[in-house]
Structure formats: C-alpha cells, structure tokens
Design a protein around this ligand. Structure first.
Ligand code: PEP
Length: 265
C-alpha cells in the first residue's frame, strides 16, 4: 500500500514517505503550465525522497502529464464530480482525471467550500468517487480565524472529518491523504506555527486511529497547507505528524516549489 522508506527521523516504525503537493489553483495557461512543468522536471527529475504531486487546472492536465510522465513527479487535479458520467454540464468525472494521467485529487479545499458551497456531505461523495477509480483523495480540512479564536479548532476539524469520511471502511481508503489547511493561513502569508500544526495533525491521526485503526492512522499522510514557503517548511516537517505540505502560491514558481521540496527532507 504505502512505500516504506528507511528511518530518517522520529517517524519511526511507520515511516511515511513525505508528500509535497502543489495546488496551481486557477493559474497558468497551457503554455505557462508546460513551461512550469518542464522547469520542475529539470530540477526534480530523479528526486525520490518525497512524493511530488502537481495539480494544474483541468485545461492543462494532459499537456502537463506529457511533460512529467517519465519523471518522479505525479499528477493531481483540484476537484472532480461525484458521478461517473452523465448530464452534469461543466463537470469532470473521476475516470476523466485518470484518463488524463492523474493519481491524486484535491477534495474539499476551503476555496471550494467558501465559493462553491461544498458541504462535508458533498465532499464525502467526491472522496468516494475518487477512491472507486483508484485516485488518491487529498481531503482538506481547516478552521477559520473566528473559529480558532473562539477555541473551536478541534471541534471543527472533528466535525469535518466525521462528515467527509463517513461510511468508509479501511479497505476503501487506499491512498487516502488528509490536508490540514487553516483557512486563515491560506494565501495570507501567515502560516500556522509548527506547534499549532502538530497539535491538529496529532488530533487528526488520533481520530483516524479511534475511528478506523491505529495501523491505518499510522500510514495516512497528513499534509499541512497555508503559506508554506522554502523558509518555513523545515520547521513544519520536524513535527512528528506533519508528513508534507499542500502548497498554493509558492508552487507557481519553479524555484520556490523546488526549494520547498528539497528543504522538506
Ligand atoms: C492552498 O491553496 O492549498 C494553499 C495552502 O495556498 P497558499 O500556500 O498560497 O497559502
């Protein structure tokens, strides 16, 4: 299921391979995307100490895949429809993503929750649809600033996990990834401290252990997202339950994303 790599840090027995994912959001034309993918391929061609995933817009998935297919870089999408196919104008099915070369898909990003009113229930359906075709969902959870200031962070995360992962059995969740993305840290330049991230990541792992199994929880990669930069990734990665990052703005440049990947190890 998950690749076990040699012991390098305190993630002892259940060594989780770090994962750094770039969320390109609604940036990059096809030519720009090809240029960025070529730059990343040049810098990270044989880099295998972390899984590297890039998530371009739908319009350039196939072109980007053509560039990275013979490298260690993997492809992800930013969203998908919960249905297999049908009269759903404007939507993209899980199979279409697989067909374009995707192995991962971001689901439930806070921007989708906010602007497209995605609920935990809908996210649950999308995760299920992804898993059925063998796509690894990167399920995003995170609290707003108001919720954090009201002391409700853990309550909110618990609620999101309960809703998003409702009804799954362990064997359904092969390749599942969780991303903790505090909404107040996304695109603001204000990242959570390593300790703030670790506190929530640990809660998430414990929740997974209680609701599924400790073996499962030990193998799930939990990413931190929110203003990750080359300068802060090292500290975040020192935490026992931070297994990587979901990177927005800093994934749009070859140099910053490459530096994040290299500094993460
Ligand atoms: C994101 O879009 O998931 C994200 C974390 O963005 P940024 O790194 O720009 O805060």
């Amino acid at each position: 299921m998950f690749r076990v790599v040699p012991l390098l840090s305190k993630r002892k027995e259940y060594m989780r391979k770090p994962l750094i994912a770039g969320n390109w959001k609604m940036y990059k034309t096809i030519n720009e995307a090809i240029a960025l993918a070529n730059g990343l391929k040049r810098e990270l061609l044989d880099f295998d100490k972390a899984d590297i995933v890039i998530c371009p817009p739908f319009t350039c998935l196939s072109e980007v895949y053509e560039v990275i297919m013979e490298s260690e870089i993997k492809l992800g999408a930013q969203n998908l429809c919960w249905e297999k196919e049908g009269a759903y104008t404007g939507e993209i099915s899980p199979l279409m993503l697989k067909d374009s070369g995707c192995e991962f898909v971001i689901i439930g990003h806070s921007e989708r929750r906010k602007y497209f009113l995605e609920s935990n229930e809908l996210i649950n359906k999308k995760i299920k649809a992804a898993l059925v075709v063998g796509l690894s969902p990167i399920c995003c959870v995170g609290e707003t600033l108001e919720e954090r200031e009201a002391g409700k962070t853990i309550e909110i995360i618990k609620n999101q996990l309960e809703g998003c992962l409702k009804g799954f059995a362990i064997e359904d969740m092969l390749g599942m990834v969780v991303a903790y993305e505090p909404v107040w840290a996304i695109g603001t330049g204000k990242n959570a401290t390593a300790l703030q991230a670790q506190e929530v990541h640990k809660f998430i792992r414990n929740w997974l252990a209680e609701n599924f199994s400790s073996g499962f929880a030990d193998n799930v990669r939990i990413l931190y997202g929110g203003s990750v930069k080359p300068a802060n990734i090292k500290d975040l990665m020192k935490e026992a339950d931070v297994d990587g990052a979901l990177v927005g703005g800093a994934s749009l440049e070859v140099s910053s994303f490459t530096q994040i990947v290299k500094n993460a190890i």
